[in-house]
Design a protein around this ligand. Structure first.
Ligand code: G3H
Ligand code: 13P
Ligand code: ZN
Length: 328
């Protein structure tokens, strides 16, 4: 059993309390490789922002669970080395699919876990969420649970359609599970194709697809039922069209990729999950570099601009979208 506090990580409790009271959101950036992790930490240090490093089950399978956990330990030391004496870094399991996955992360030093039972029947979701919470709280690890289903097809999270969270269920769910934060579904979805073209309208000036509005009435109703309770928004990447254009201009084929408009992501929620925008920034920079320098073959030559591009995007999110800068 690794004590996350001994390796300099923190859980989300205080972080979320401050974010809720201060009206800003904590960035939760997924990572599965060194360049993403470096860019996230550099961005958090430069903007003096708390940050959640999140690891999906797919990331653990890709990179190796032990390696990722040591990278997070390294991230704390790296932040200090970059001039941040007291970094606020959470190591969080994203979309834990079972009690066993959550337990394995808690045992190896994660400070926060998500149990995602959103696709299960309501009572089953409560039963396993409660089991995870009971185990996690013994070690002061915080737990995010989910009610309502996000659409989107990914390795570990797959659903064709979304079902909005039912506000009338949230008090019962939060009370009976004892969870520390609640992920809700208000129409966002995972990945770079958040909406089908037929769900969108077309901006007559740019010809770009404009996504349908999110269900802010559901968010407001949830916040009324659970005042001050930490609410989490998944699937919040904005899918910048400039990045999509760079990818497509350099041999890529991303058709009709649509994300969440910037103003929609800025809301009263206190944790915002972003993964796809990092993938797009990295891919666009690498494709551009490869096209401009066909003679390069040292990965450092194209991973360096990719890292810079991700860092720029993370800083933009922190400062212009979430408002978590200058909070350390
Ligand atoms: O919500 C899911 C994250 O974007 C992680 O995706 O399962 O492909 O690592 P992944
Ligand atoms: P995006 O695919 O919109 O980046 O969402 C990521 C996410 O919700 C991770 O849990
Ligand atoms: Zn998610």
């Amino acid at each position: 059993m690794v004590d996350y506090k001994k390796i300099g990580l923190v859980n989300t409790r205080e972080m979320f309390k401050k974010a809720v009271n201060g009206g800003y959101a904590i960035p939760a950036f997924n990572f599965n490789n060194m360049e993403q992790m470096q860019a996230i930490i550099q961005a958090a240090v430069e903007t003096k922002s708390p940050v959640i490093l999140q690891v999906s089950k797919g990331a653990r399978d890709y990179a190796n669970p032990t390696l990722l956990r040591y990278m997070a330990e390294g991230a704390v030391e790296y932040a200090k080395e970059l001039g941040c004496p007291n970094p606020q870094i959470v190591l969080h399991l994203d979309h834990g699919d079972s009690f066993e996955t959550c337990k394995s992360c808690i045992d190896m030093g994660f400070s926060s876990v998500m149990y995602d039972g959103s696709a299960l029947p309501y009572e089953e979701n409560i039963r396993i969420s409660r089991q995870v919470v009971e185990y996690a709280h013994k070690y002061d690890v915080t737990v995010e649970c989910e009610l309502g289903v996000l659409a989107g097809v990914e390795d570990e999270v797959a659903s064709e359609v979304s079902h909005y969270t039912k506000p009338e269920e949230v008090i019962d769910f939060a009370t009976r599970t004892g969870c520390d934060s609640l992920a809700i579904s208000i129409g966002t979805s995972h990945g770079a194709y958040k909406f089908k073209p037929e769900q969108c309208t077309v901006d007559p000036q740019t010809g770009r697809l404009v996504p349908p509005p999110l269900a802010f009435d559901v968010l407001e109703a949830v916040e009324k039922k659970l005042p001050g309770f930490p609410i989490v928004l998944h699937g919040s990447s904005s899918v910048p069209q400039e990045e999509v254009d760079i990818i497509n201009a350099n041999g890529g084929a991303l058709k009709a990729a649509v994300g969440i408009p910037r103003k929609a992501a800025k809301s009263a929620v206190c944790k915002i999950n972003i993964d796809s925008d990092s993938r797009l920034a990295m891919t666009a920079a690498i494709r551009k570099h490869m096209a401009e320098h066909p003679d390069h073959f040292d990965p450092r030559q194209y991973l360096k601009p990719a890292r810079e591009s991700m860092k720029k995007m993370y800083i933009h999110k922190i400062v212009n979208v979430l408002g978590s800068n200058d909070k350390l």
